[in-house]
Design a protein around this ligand. Structure first.
Ligand SMILES: *Cc1c(COP(=O)(O)O)cnc(C)c1O
Length: 518
């Protein structure tokens, strides 16, 4: 009972019934503490910093919008603040604690070597306004990473500056727009498959295009007939994710790209799932014109909690001339030149503009380059092979207890997709996901992609061992069986987490943004 399990923990002693009876003086349970809001524990007479006494301010000079009373900020000392956030951080689940099965997000272990490289002062402490001659090493690292990304994708050029996948999508669409406008043929429509990540249609709309959906086939891929039928002089391009968000390879991408090009449009590929094909497939060979790479998914960088990320966009020969400024270029003498607006007139006259103030996310570049160089070309190929193997292991270990809508059609790529089909009346994907919390795991991605009812998208990544996967699969099996048997306890899970099931609708509709009025 109390043996070490394959994931390396000893299971908790079965003390639940006793724990419910024990009361503590503080209300805390062992080291699991109840955490109040800063606004509840702060008080106006405490502070972590000393401010000068303010005198002689003519409030009327600040105008009618000047604040009248004290600021509505919680006052806390430095140790109180540090403890608050440290206690909260202990309630977090992280990839450094266990399997993090979120599909589409590629939550994999980030080698500590990459962290070490990113913290080297020559990379970590440079300033974007330093003279170019004084940061040649940092610029060389950016340039070398750029060369690797172009090689790995079989493309012509790369815009390094976009700061996330979605930002990269915008960069790619602005390149497409610039290329079409240069031909005097501005178009209005971007086609997006039903299964696309929400950022795709959002980006197309943000870039000023009208978005039209392309349906999926029964085997979870883009409906090529429907797509080619819709092509025409108003279609600027398509945005296709490959491998797609059903965890499947779009094997008709080349056919699609040829048809789109013949109709005068461009092909944007959402490359967030590049982890599944790196070292094996070059999107450039499939006719892709622009594709963002989420460095924070495929090439290291911890990306829980909202970033930072980095989304370089590789570009085809047709789109590369329109890519944004600035970018690095190695000169004949070996030095790196930063091509900026003042050089663009001669060296890059068709740039559509720029994506950000400086050169992008240096910390992500160094991590990605360290990851690439430490794996080498053969190691990267193994990464994608292992990621796909692990996902198929999960798929085939669970497809007898969970409905796998595309399972019968063959192998998956990097993620396994299940549905809630077959659960007892009233039981849903949400119940299984909440049950996973009691089992000690972060839930998988739920209700995405939208083309599958009650979707559960599980991406184990290449960094999980067989023993660790077996334990996760065991937990999923048990929960699936409980959901099918209609176990009422599952409907109110989690029972063992710091918080019980929350009313997510209320939290979204009526967020408590200000705790108390002062
Ligand atoms: C993560 C992801 C994105 C967006 O990337 P961000 O870096 O979060 O902006 C786009 N498409 C897919 C398929 C993704 O998984």
């Amino acid at each position: 009972m109390n043996e070490i399990n394959p994931s390396g923990w000893r299971p908790a002693m079965n003390t639940t019934s006793i724990v419910q009876e024990i009361e503590t003086f503080t209300g805390n349970r062992a080291l699991q503490l109840e955490e109040a809001l800063l606004f509840e524990i702060g008080s106006p007479d405490r502070s972590g910093v000393d401010f000068d006494e303010v005198t002689d301010i003519d409030l009327s000079a600040l105008g009618p919008n000047a604040r009248k009373g004290a600021p509505n900020l919680p006052g806390l000392s430095e140790p109180e603040t540090v403890r608050h956030y440290t206690r909260l951080s202990r309630q977090n689940y992280a990839i450094d604690l266990g399997v993090f099965p979120l599909g589409s997000c590629t939550m994999k272990h980030n080698p500590r070597l990459d962290e070490k490289v990113a913290r080297m002062p020559g990379f970590a402490d440079v300033h974007p306004l330093q003279p170019v001659q004084s940061v040649q090493g940092a610029l060389s690292a950016i340039n070398e990473l750029a060369v690797w990304l172009v090689k790995l994708t079989g493309m012509h050029g790369v815009a390094m500056t976009p700061k996330a996948g979605a930002h990269g999508e915008l960069c790619g669409l602005l390149c497409i727009r610039a290329a079409l406008e240069a031909k005097g043929d501005p178009r209005e429509v971007i086609l997006v498959p039903e299964s696309a990540h929400g950022t795709n249609p959002a980006t197309a709309a943000f870039a000023g295009y009208r978005v039209e959906n392309i349906p999926a086939t029964a085997d979870g891929r883009v409906d090529v007939t429907a797509l080619t039928a819709r092509l025409g002089p108003d279609v600027a391009g398509v945005m296709i994710t490959n491998p797609n968000t059903c965890g499947l390879f779009e094997r008709d991408l080349k056919v699609i790209a040829d048809a789109v090009h013949a109709a005068g449009g461009y092909v944007y590929c959402d490359g967030a799932n590049f982890n599944a094909i790196v070292g094996r497939v070059r999107p450039g060979d499939l006719g892709v014109d622009a594709m963002h790479i989420n460095l924070h998914k495929t090439f290291s960088t911890p990306h829980g909690g909202g970033g930072p990320g980095s989304g370089p966009v590789v570009l085809s020969e047709a789109l590369a001339p329109y890519g944004p400024l600035p970018f690095t270029a190695r000169q004949a003498d070996g030095s790196i030149k930063l091509i900026e607006e003042e050089d663009a007139y001669l060296e890059h006259p068709h740039a559509f503009g720029r994506m950000c103030a400086f050169h992008g996310q240096m910390g992500m570049y160094t991590r990605a380059l360290a990851y690439i160089l430490s794996h080498g070309a053969d190691g990267l190929r193994q990464v994608s092979g292992d990621a796909v193997l692990n996902a198929n292991y999960v798929l085939r270990s669970l497809d007898d207890v969970l409905d796998a809508p595309f399972g019968p059609a063959g192998h998956c790529m990097h993620e396994a997709l299940f549905s809630d089909d077959g659960f007892a009346e009233g039981f849903s994907t949400l119940d299984l996901a909440k049950g996973l919390i009691d089992e000690g795991y972060h839930p998988m991605t739920v209700y995405f992609p939208l083309v599958v009812h009650g979707a559960m998208l599980v991406e184990p990544t290449e960094t999980e061992s067989k023993a660790g996967l077996d334990q996760f699969i065991g937990a999923m099996r048990s929960l699936a069986e409980r959901a099918k048997a209609g176990d009422e306890m599952l409907k109110s899970a989690p029972h063992l987490a710091p918080r019980r099931r929350l009313d997510e609708t209320l939290a979204a509709r009526k967020p408590k943004l200000v705790y108390k009025e002062v």
